[in-house]
Design a protein around this ligand. Structure first.
Ligand SMILES: Nc1ncnc2c1ncn2[C@@H]1O[C@H](COP(=O)(O)OP(=O)(O)OP(=O)(O)O)[C@@H](O)[C@H]1O
Ligand SMILES: [Mg+2]
Length: 256
């Protein structure tokens, strides 16, 4: 049986932050439509990986390769990465004062639509889609007319990330602790959103510390980041083992 080419392929990726080497050698593949869970102790570099893949300028790639959808990801600007279908939801979504949420999201949606060869959405059609998605996510419609994340509660920010995910329909979504701070309905919305997009072929890298969420996501693989490398890879039983033993006692020497 032929296995499809990976959507994302990382080889020996090294990332430096504030002149410190955080990721020393990260290698793994994400198949189209697959869901990977990335675990690791606080400060192990999970967010660093997501931000480096998205092209954040403070996260400097100092070695290795990253291919995405047949292209050299590292040669692309952050905007080109997003147009190619990469989406990152931030662990701490920032405010963008003065920029209206609906205009911000419509601009992003139309940029990726253009890259996919789709016609742009006018304000009326976009608002229809955005209102529908916001209602499903339990995000009050008034949030669409406010500046991006300004004055949003922690859970509203996470729901606003989910709104962008729903409307952008990326090829690969990196969800960095989307479940932290969400109430029970918000957690359900995460699962529904992930399932709906997976049915359309979106692949996911989900960073989470919560076993219940990880079990419900039914991941294809669970990876554990430690000392700047993927120290362990397994199924959901690896997440159960970490939940039982903690990261310190789970740590195994890296196999060559
Ligand atoms: N912008 C930055 N400036 C300085 N240090 C940074 C920066 N971003 C990350 N770091 C450092 O890099 C290391 C990895 O941080 P990162 O945020 O990637 O960890 P994490 O695995 O996402 O942790 P958590 O589970 O707490 O979210 C930490 O030691 C952190 O202090
Ligand atoms: Mg983090």
């Amino acid at each position: 049986m032929n296995t499809p080419d990976p959507l994302l392929s990382l080889r020996d990726l090294r990332v430096e932050v504030a002149r410190r080497s955080v990721l020393k050698s990260v290698s793994f593949d994400v198949a189209p439509g697959a869901l990977l869970v990335l675990m690791g102790a606080n400060g192990s570099g999970k967010s660093t990986l997501g931000l480096a893949l998205a092209g954040h300028p403070h996260y400097r790639i100092t070695g290795g390769q990253a291919r995405f959808a047949g292209q050299d990801l590292l040669a692309l600007s952050p905007e080109q990465r997003a147009r190619a279908g990469l989406f990152l939801s931030f662990q701490s979504p920032p405010d963008i004062p003065g920029v209206k949420n609906n205009l911000f999201i419509r601009t992003a949606v139309n940029a990726v639509r253009e890259a996919r060869g789709e016609a742009p959405l006018d304000a009326f059609d976009f608002l229809g889609d955005a209102r529908g998605a916001a209602a499903q996510l339990g995000l009050p419609e008034a949030m669409l007319a406010r500046p991006v994340n300004e004055g949003f509660s922690g859970g509203e920010r996470k729901r606003n990330e989910l709104l962008q995910l729903a409307l952008l329909r990326p090829r690969l979504a990196v969800l960095d602790e989307i479940d932290s701070g969400l109430d029970v309905d918000g957690l359900r919305a995460v699962l529904q959103q992930v399932q709906a997009l997976r049915a359309q072929g979106t692949a996911f890298i989900v960073v989470s510390h919560y076993l219940q969420m990880i079990e419900q996501l039914a991941p294809d693989a669970v990876l554990r980041l430690d000392q700047g490398c993927i120290a362990e890879q397994g199924g959901v039983e690896l997440a159960r083992q970490i939940a039982r033993n903690g990261f310190l006692r789970s740590a195994k020497p890296v196999e060559a």
